[in-house]
Design a protein around this ligand. Structure first.
Ligand code: ARG
Length: 368
């Protein structure tokens, strides 16, 4: 690796040296649109409202994100922050208009780092179509500094109504029906064009594991296959999740050979083979410490397992998630408690609010 290497990360657990941490500035509750309606839980306090979040909640979330960044820097990890744009403005393309955007708290959703490449995902919501702009100043900088860095962007999708199944445009579907649809792999996104969010992808060296669900369709997975020619790309599904969006509160690699899996969303037997035939252990994660997500939050209580691994012996766990911390401690990890719950509503947990720039280590084949 040359001295100028800025971007390098092949998996979720090698020693982290450089990371992007999101910001809460200006985050909006987006206006209704097809993909979002399917995602916002039916009993959510967010249904029917949109616009900027209150200043006090933004300030609190930023305080936690700043503290997290400072802690990482104290441990010798370089931290970069995005440049928020005005998310309250209306956006449009020739195909659609959206009343507001979303925010830039979860870079994990937008940026996929694979080796020396950072790929901007297509995204699958109209309100998140322009989110990549917040990361462009950083990506330009990495590109200028590192002669081997590859800055890639997946084809921007049109996101017309043809991308979304009308069946999902109701707030009265009910959990039972949703679970059946997930089981049948009948998701809100159609196969009109390739769609994926970066947070549906987990990196295991030569293998990329991608969740097929609301935010990533089969064409998106096929696009990733064609793009990452030297990788094996595997589609996975998790029955039991009524809102299958982003893999990182469902299936979390901790280090080589060990994955924690949400016990309500177990990986089907057939799909476990890849791991188990290669000596990897998939264990049920601990229970969340909370019965409810915080107010105005899109995610479930399973952000408990949305941990950030700093190296194969060290992991950041949200401070109130005592059961998850205890489990990882018993598994021999050093657990660093990080307070983040009051930032959850801005787009997720410790894994979501970060994106890898550099982890030590090379490309390896874990599933030969
Ligand atoms: N769908 C997950 C849950 O609520 C949340 C995942 C959030 N991840 C993210 N990268 N934004 O259980």
């Amino acid at each position: 690796m040359s001295e100028k290497t800025v971007v390098n990360s092949w998996n979720e657990w090698d020693p982290l040296k450089h990371v992007i941490v999101g910001k809460a500035d200006g985050t909006c509750i987006p206006a209704p649109e097809p993909a979002l309606d399917a995602k916002v839980p039916e009993d959510s306090d967010m249904r029917g409202q949109f616009g900027p979040r209150t200043k006090d909640t933004v300030d609190k979330a930023n305080e936690l994100l700043d503290n997290f960044s400072n802690m990482l820097e104290k441990r010798g990890i370089k931290v970069d922050r995005p440049d928020p744009i005005d998310f309250s403005q209306k956006t449009s393309t020739p195909d659609w208009e959206a009343e507001t955007m979303f925010g830039c708290m979860p870079p994990r959703d937008v940026l996929l780092t694979v080796g020396s490449e950072i790929l901007e995902a297509t995204m699958s919501y109209r309100c998140r179509w322009f989110e990549y702009l917040c990361y462009r100043p950083l990506l330009q900088k990495y590109y200028n500094e590192d002669p081997n860095m590859r800055h890639e962007s997946a084809p921007k999708p049109r996101l017309t109504d043809a991308d979304y199944r009308k069946d999902y445009l109701s707030d009265k579907i009910g959990i039972q029906k949703r679970l059946e649809w997930t089981e049948d792999k009948f998701f809100v996104t159609t196969e009109e064009e390739p769609l994926f969010d970066a947070a549906d992808v987990l990196r295991f060296g030569k293998d990329l594991v991608v969740q097929h669900g609301f935010t990533t369709n089969l064409k998106g997975i096929d696009w990733l296959k064609r793009h990452f020619k030297d990788h094996r790309v595997h589609a996975v599904n998790f029955p039991g999740d009524p809102y299958p969006i982003h893999i990182d509160a469902t299936f979390t690699p901790i280090k080589e050979g060990l994955i924690i899996n949400n016990p309500q969303r177990r990986l089907p037997k057939e799909q476990r083979k890849l791991f188990e035939n290669n000596g990897w252990e998939i264990i049920d994660s601990a229970q969340p410490a909370h019965n409810e997500p915080p107010p105005l939050c899109y995610s479930s209580t399973w952000l408990s397992m949305n941990v950030l691994v700093l190296d194969p012996k060290t992991v950041c766990v949200e401070k109130s998630e005592v059961y998850q911390a205890e489990q990882l401690d018993k598994l021999g990890m050093e657990v660093i408690p990080v307070e983040l719950r009051d930032a959850y509503a801005f787009g997720g947990g410790l894994h979501c609010c970060t994106a890898d720039v550099y982890r030590e280590g090379e490309l390896k084949d874990y599933f030969p």
